[in-house]
Design a protein around this ligand. Sequence first.
Ligand code: BGP
Length: 468
Amino acid sequence: RVQSLPKGFVWGGATAAYQVEGATKVDGKGKTMWDDYLKAQGRFSPDPASDFYHLYPEDIELAKLYGLNAIRVSIAWTRIFPKGYGEPNPAGVAYYHRLFKCCLDNGITPYVSLHHFDSPKTLFDDGDWLNRKNIDYFVDYADFCFKEFSEVKNWFTINELISLAFSQYIQGNFPPNHHFDVTSGIQAQHNELLAHARAVNLFKEKGYQGRIGLIHVLQPVYPYPDTPANEHAAALEDAFMNRFLLDGTFKGEYTPETMALINELLEANDAKLKIEPGDMDILKKASTQNDYFGMNYYQPSFVAAYEGESTNSFNGTGEKGTSSFKFQGVGQHVKKPGVPTTDWDWNIYPAGMYDMLKRVAREYPNSKTIYITENGLGYKDKYEGIGQLIDDDKRIDFIDQHVEALLKARSEGVDVQGYFVWSLQDQFSWANGYNKRYGLFYVNFETQAREIKKSALWFKELGQTLKN
Ligand code: BGP
């Protein structure tokens, strides 16, 4: 077990606006790409989620009580600009000032993302990130927030560019539910990178105070079994999931080696990427100006070569063994014996975090300081009644092993300065609903009462080592 945290370590919990706030129809909020979609789907509602819109003082208080010194939150674009652009909505602006004040008053530093999977519905209908006009609107929104919320000193532009592109256009579990639409999948990645880069360049040009970066979820891809053909499959998937975005972010170019892999993957799928004149200059300029890097880590994939047609099935119910993923001309996901998986078929593999931290530090020095901005275990926690401690030893083991991997990388020179558990409290999961819980604090979604999990006690104990 991890015994103590390094001095000055950021020890936080993560949330995202749409997953915790609820209150999707109040105070002038505009619709996101999710509202009508979830309603039509009829599986679960984003209201009231964890009702963080009203209960944030309680959750911040809990964070403080249980030894956290930081929180990740995101601003809902549609609370500020209900249509994504136009006149700002004063009630939305006021809400975030109240939230940030509450964090700061309690000694909880807010780390704030501008986009966490919740594109405004109006812009989504117009093509979302595939429409370059979206980039202009995003930059205007970012500029407004930088200026308005000067109490925020730690910014992230976009959360998990790949998850959005991949879930929307490849895996098909986020709206608009395309499967293996590879052209859109790669184009969305490039366009999101441009939006990020333009926001960073603007932040620096205008001399805003504070730090800025973005968040990538990194998913190491290992060949299994380790043969030359499977190694190549792993390299192809890695290029699509990690390398293209890391290159674009921290090198300001897609290197020839990266593009060779990407082009092979595009050709195998009859797909195209369009880069317009000037795009690469924007990426280049931003590539050295990120102040830090937020790395989310959950799991690796194990991959074997695959030449058949693309097909997949997404496990969004927690019925173990129901997922599959086969990507034409790229590879197929396989299970590696001995690697445990969750009920949602996610591999549990802490060494993957270590490998990725080392790789980023080695290959992308412009990433500078790294924070683990999400890591955690989705689990069907069992409610024990009001005031009863919830036993989540599995989660403690998971977090403990990952923090250990982080500290190992750190002891070998990787500049990693913080860890945010996903998630602070139980919340709404985009494609899985409410039975996939991640929180340190249990949320009774019927009553909105919070209960303490054992993992919160564990978190507190380690948090206390920061005070010594
Ligand atoms: C990340 C997202 C989060 C969150 C988490 C867990 O990709 O940034 O928003 O939901 O993964 O994923 P899930 O809810 O699908 O289990």
